[in-house]
Write a protein that binds this ligand. Structure first.
Ligand SMILES: [Fe+2]
Length: 395
């Protein structure tokens, strides 16, 4: 009962809180527009958040070349690790304070975005990121913030959330505030050319999970459904192509827009049990987020099935997986089957070697706690039902 009251309350808060849209600049070589945007926003010195690999691959250079041409000063922080910890955020804050910057550019995947958002939050409130855990703890303008994603999946360039790992607890936590939505999202599919196929697959399924959890969740609206269903359609059509041929610019473009659109949707509706379970596997075993989602998604869809038939069927019709000959039930079943087929096409594994049976009760308890009163899921899951799903994932 408490859960339903909390979800209803969150729905009201969702209606009252205005979540901004980032200004979207997209297309081939959109990165070349960064300098003019910074100029427009009167930013003189930017703090670039990225990781070592993106420096090595020369992707950051594409950005810094533009800044140099326009005489914009910059400092680079490249120490972001996957699943950034509170320690990494602390390091970024120290480095930021040493340099006088008036803007932040995050160029990278989900971990880079999370780190940059946490940095923005932490320096704005002048406190450790741990103190900003939860909802609406910032409520103050953060520095000008531009997000340039180099993967198509997280959708973080459109969202109000940062996910941080507490290394001591081996657990993830979120910082959620509308001020964390980037001012500008620069979506340049050329930056994604050359992304390894496994990362393309895993991040792509992360976006699919955002879209499906958003669409079938109790907080979805006509607006979010338009964005999430668009994402589902593009992902089924173009993710297998981007996976097979990483140089296919059209597939990269479609996937980058699918990721952005799914981000726009789920940041307004929240997520569901796939993420609740996946966060535990990421926090405890460091299993990559997209991979964890991909493996868990079909199981949670089957669990929620009876309460999500109409949503799944609508998505199947929109994505062209089902047609007018299908009943609602057969269309919904086709969506679940299509997710499994997609996982097979992408060579996604079906279990986790890292998962230990003795950890399952603790992981299930944490997952249910994360979702309880927060995630507007179509069907409630008990701890023992969650344990049953995790048992299926043992290698
Ligand atoms: Fe995700």
């Amino acid at each position: 009962m408490l859960h339903f009251i909390a979800i209803a309350l969150l729905r009201q808060i969702n209606k009252l809180v205005k979540i901004p849209f980032p200004k979207l600049i997209s297309g081939e070589n959109a990165t070349t527009q960064v300098a003019s945007q910074l100029d427009e926003m009167k930013v003189n010195t930017v703090f670039i958040v990225t990781d070592v690999l993106l420096i090595k691959l020369g992707i950051v250079e594409k950005l810094t070349n533009e800044l140099t041409k326009a005489n914009i000063h910059y400092h680079i922080f490249d120490q972001v690790t996957s699943d950034p910890t509170t320690g990494v955020i602390h390091l970024a804050c120290t480095f930021y304070r040493k340099n006088t910057c008036d803007g932040i550019i995050a160029i990278g995947g989900g971990s880079v975005m999370d780190c940059a958002k946490a940095l923005a939050a932490s320096i704005t409130k002048n406190t450790d990121i741990k103190n900003l855990k939860g909802l609406f703890k910032i409520r103050k303008q953060v520095p000008t913030f531009i997000a340039i994603p180099t993967t198509a999946g997280t959708g973080s360039e459109a969202t109000l959330v940062a996910v941080i790992t507490d290394k001591n607890k081996k657990q993830k936590f979120t910082v959620i505030d509308p001020v964390l939505v980037p001012d500008i999202a620069i979506i340049d599919p050329t930056l994604m050319i050359g992304l390894p196929s496994s990362i393309t697959a895993e991040t792509g399924i992360d976006a699919l999970t955002h879209a499906i959890e958003s669409y079938s969740g109790l907080h979805s609206t006509d607006l979010t459904k338009a964005y999430s269903s668009d994402a589902v359609k593009r992902i089924f059509q173009y993710l297998p192509i981007a996976y097979k041929d990483g140089n296919n610019l059209q597939a990269r473009t479609e996937m980058s827009m699918a990721s952005f659109n799914a981000g726009i949707a789920f940041t307004r509706t929240s997520i569901g049990y796939v993420h609740a379970i996946s966060h535990q596997l990421g926090g405890f075993y460091h299993i990559p987020h997209g991979l964890a989602n991909a493996v868990i998604l079909p199981h949670v869809m089957e669990f929620s099935f009876n309460n999500a038939i109409s949503s799944y069927a609508e998505l199947a019709y929109i994505a062209g997986i089902a047609d007018t000959k299908d009943t609602q039930l057969s269309a919904a079943k086709k969506l679940v089957e299509q997710v499994k087929t997609l996982n097979n096409q992408l060579n996604i594994q079906s279990n986790f070697a890292e998962l230990k049976a003795e950890h399952i009760p603790m992981l299930a308890k944490r997952a249910i706690k994360e979702a309880y009163c927060s995630y507007p899921v179509p069907k409630q899951m008990t701890t023992s039902q969650c344990e049953a799903i995790l048992l299926k994932l043992l290698a």
